[in-house]
Design a protein around this ligand. Structure first.
Ligand code: SF4
Length: 388
């Protein structure tokens, strides 16, 4: 049986929701400095144009917080209404101050309160408990402001930045990452704050996948159902970055996990969005376009498969959810076309058979007319819409 999407509660990020039965949302992060308002606005406009649904920016100082109302005003002037997320490291006071200006705050539990000194030290249970009390004390003002301003929180655990306390007890491991998030999560729940999302990022997809899986098991045991933000951090660029992200994020989506994703590429941020969409479409997590099934071609192929597939895609890619098979020959029968709605299949040199489902509707159509006839067949069966 195919896995179903994991049950979660929904979390509001301004006007949009993540988790539950909401679509898996796509997000990215600005590469611009937050104090450079002009650069931020241009980047936000580029992300908005490719339908990035949530936009994160870094907030390393109070000056960055001061830029946020200006950025928001400029967004409004341009009619851009994307939720903003503030990314905070090292400074709890900045997290408290920024709640007023953003829809979500991301904190890293590895450095929110603790300073990493790479100390090797045995913690007694009492000392460990005292450390947790210190974390709780530091989280209280944040919880108060998150509630006051209706702001959500992401506990964004990173493999590379676990605190000394966690490293000494659990090592640099998925178990340590899970416990790092759970410590914060238990405090948030104790103080009735539920608008929380979690992430378990690593540059190693194996560590990342295992950490998310363990986190879900531990949360289930504690009757917690918070949404997940998926990502492989520092994935790199070009093909490597895309494959690494697809492996890590894709594996978890196939488990039914994940409510929002970010593909991290060492490239302009807008390049991340088509990759994210492709991962979601390939895992059937969210459908944006037509779905294409095409054979790799071989010595039996009766037409130029590559250029014909491109031509068919050009005309039909906007048909959201329609599955179209392009097959070089009918060697294994219509079954080869999986569950395609329409099929374009080589019948003989220069001749094409057109299918609706598993039924051959037209035989031996001359190849030069076949794409047009395929479009007619889609129209006759009520699956056509004009491109936007
Ligand atoms: S469908 Fe036909 S042409 Fe395509 S790879 Fe298979 S045998 Fe070759």
């Amino acid at each position: 049986m195919l896995p179903t999407r994991r049950y979660t509660n929904t979390v509001s990020i301004g006007s949009i929701k993540i988790g539950g039965s909401e679509p898996v949302m796509i997000q990215s992060m600005l590469t611009s400095e937050t104090t450079n308002v002009e650069s931020c606005i241009e980047e936000i406009a580029r992300l908005d144009a490719v339908d990035c649904e949530i936009i994160r920016l870094t907030v390393p100082n109070q000056k960055s917080i001061d830029s946020l109302p200006v950025i928001r005003t400029e967004m409004k002037k341009r009619g851009i209404e994307r939720p903003l997320v503030a990314d905070i490291h090292f400074n709890p006071q900045l997290a408290v101050n920024v709640c007023e200006f953003v829809e979500k705050v991301r904190i890293n539990p590895g450095n929110y309160v603790d300073r990493k000194k790479f100390e090797v030290r045995e913690y007694t249970d009492l000392q460990y408990q005292e450390e947790l009390e210190r974390v709780e004390e530091k989280l209280l003002p944040l919880i108060q402001n998150l509630k006051k301003y209706g702001c959500a929180l992401r506990i964004g655990t990173n493999h590379g930045s676990l605190s000394d306390r966690l490293m000494n007890r659990f090592g640099d491991s998925p178990e340590g990452m899970v416990e790092s998030a759970m410590e914060f999560l238990r405090i948030l729940r104790k103080h009735n704050f539920e608008e929380t999302v979690l992430s378990m990022k690593s540059s190693n997809p194996l560590v990342m996948i295992e950490s998310y899986r363990q986190l879900v098991r531990v949360m289930d045991d504690e009757n917690m159902h918070y949404p997940l933000h998926l990502g492989v951090t520092e994935a790199g660029n070009e093909l490597d970055g895309r494959i690494k992200s697809a492996v890590g994020i894709g594996a978890l989506l196939c488990d039914g996990f994940g409510d929002t994703i970010r593909v991290s590429l060492t490239e302009p941020s807008e390049n991340e969005i088509p990759v994210a969409r492709s991962i979601l479409q390939s895992t059937r997590s969210r459908i944006f376009n037509a779905d294409f099934i095409s054979c790799p071609s071989c010595g039996r192929t009766f037409f130029d498969l590559e250029s014909t597939t491109e031509q068919i895609k050009l005309h039909t890619t906007h048909l959201k959810g329609v599955k179209i098979a392009v097959m070089g020959c009918i060697v294994n029968g219509p079954g080869e076309m999986a569950d395609a709605d329409f099929g374009y299949v080589g019948a003989a040199p220069g001749k094409i058979n057109l299918f609706h489902g598993k039924t051959c509707k037209e035989r031996n159509v001359p190849a030069e007319q076949a794409v047009e006839r395929l479009i007619d067949l889609i129209k006759e069966n009520g699956k056509w819409v004009d491109p936007a």
